[in-house]
Design a protein around this ligand. Structure first.
Ligand code: HPA
Ligand code: ZN
Length: 358
């Protein structure tokens, strides 16, 4: 897929105007980096804790929100794994996923590639099948109800062993036709991609697409490893690529997409302020960056909130916002013909939006 398809959108009159909140909300978009356990709202956490008779270390929703002050990735992951403990039954996974799907509808996300971490649950005795069945049932209902397009991605926890990841890969095989990719998340520092070389080689043999978190907190070397050793199709985060000019050149030449998560990076102190974020610089350099929410209920916003935060920090034009949305469809794992349908929707949206507001 070449980005030439974008030219008609760039030529639409009015796209040098600022992207208003209404423009950003109504703009068709895809989300490619979303941890479903990171979409557990404080309210649902309380409801599920009550349903499953689990005692939470919080008195109320306000107390949870107060606890969500993070100094780095690990300080977040500690609360994220603790929160996931309220998820016990297939219905719990359904409710969690359904909640996120409703946000897709509100944010005009037409296609989502959500990831789940089965080991977060199997390690505490919940069956793999309970997790995936509840998750898929919600996604299928959203597809039937309003046509949400989706793909399901499986992430391995990199703080656990490669042997455990290999076992998880075997557990996923009966679901091979429902899972599009294998990825890598959790604590990045001290767990370089190379640790999972054999797992990813096997996953490739089975025909999965491959992704990995790299260059969120870890050095550019981890991005190189993900590309050269794991042979991933795209990189989650990857913002630290900007420390290595040869890597930036490679990402541009190979058109490797980065699924960037602006609010997440600020909340986890990768950047002190949104104005310091490099996403717009990477976009200008020709890197295929996309905007994503990562763990929306922990980081203070769903996908549109991320677009709005960028618009406020960088005075986004409509053309820039459209380019980011175009990239989100272009970098997805859907077929070229499906991509073209979404590109057309994007172009039609921009034309109609500007015709109405002229
Ligand atoms: N980074 C790494 N692992 C994760 C994240 C993240 O932002 N969210 C959930 N698991
Ligand atoms: Zn992530």
């Amino acid at each position: 897929m070449t980005t030439d398809n974008f030219t008609p959108i760039a030529e639409i009159p009015g796209t040098q105007q600022p992207a208003s909140h209404e423009f950003l909300r109504a703009m068709p978009k895809a989300e490619l980096h979303l941890h479903i356990d990171g979409a557990l709202s404080p309210q649902l956490m309380f409801d599920l804790a009550a349903r499953n008779k689990i005692l939470l270390p919080y008195q109320d929703v306000a107390e949870i929100e107060k606890a969500y002050q993070f100094s780095d990735l690990q300080s977040f992951l500690d609360l994220y794994y603790q929160g996931a403990g309220v998820l016990q039954t297939e219905q719990d996974f359904y409710d969690l996923t359904w909640d996120y799907c409703e946000h897709c509808r509100a944010d005009n996300i037409l296609h989502t590639e959500i990831s789940f971490d089965p080991q977060t649950h199997t390690e505490r005795g919940i069956d793999f099948d309970i997790v995936i069945k509840g998750t898929l049932r919600a996604l299928d209902d959203a597809k039937a109800e309003w046509g949400l397009s989706y793909a399901l991605m499986l992430n391995m926890l990199r703080h656990l062993s490669a042997e455990k990841a290999m076992q998880t890969l075997q557990q996923a095989l009966p679901w091979r036709d429902r899972i599009c990719s294998i990825g890598l998340d959790s604590s990045e520092l001290d767990h370089p991609p190379v640790k999972f070389e054999k797992v990813f080689a096997k996953a490739k043999e089975y025909g999965f697409k491959l992704v990995a978190h790299a260059g969120e907190e870890g050095p550019p070397e981890y991005i190189w490893q993900a590309l050269n050793i794991l042979k991933v199709d795209r990189i989650d985060h990857g913002v630290r690529a900007d420390e290595d000019p040869a890597l930036l050149d490679y990402l541009v030449k190979q058109q490797i997409a980065l699924t960037v998560c602006p609010l997440s990076n600020v909340r986890l102190c990768v950047y002190e302020h949104m104005q310091q974020h490099n996403i717009m610089t990477l976009l200008e350099k020709g890197i295929k960056v996309t905007v994503n929410s990562d763990d929306p209920t922990y980081f203070g916003g769903y996908l549109n909130d991320n677009f709005v935060a960028l618009a406020e920090a960088f005075e986004l034009t409509q053309a820039q916002a459209l380019r980011l949305a175009f990239n989100s469809f272009d970098a997805s794992f859907i077929s070229d013909s499906e991509k073209h349908l979404f590109f057309k929707k994007l172009a039609d949206f921009a034309t109609q939006f500007n015709a109405q507001t002229d």
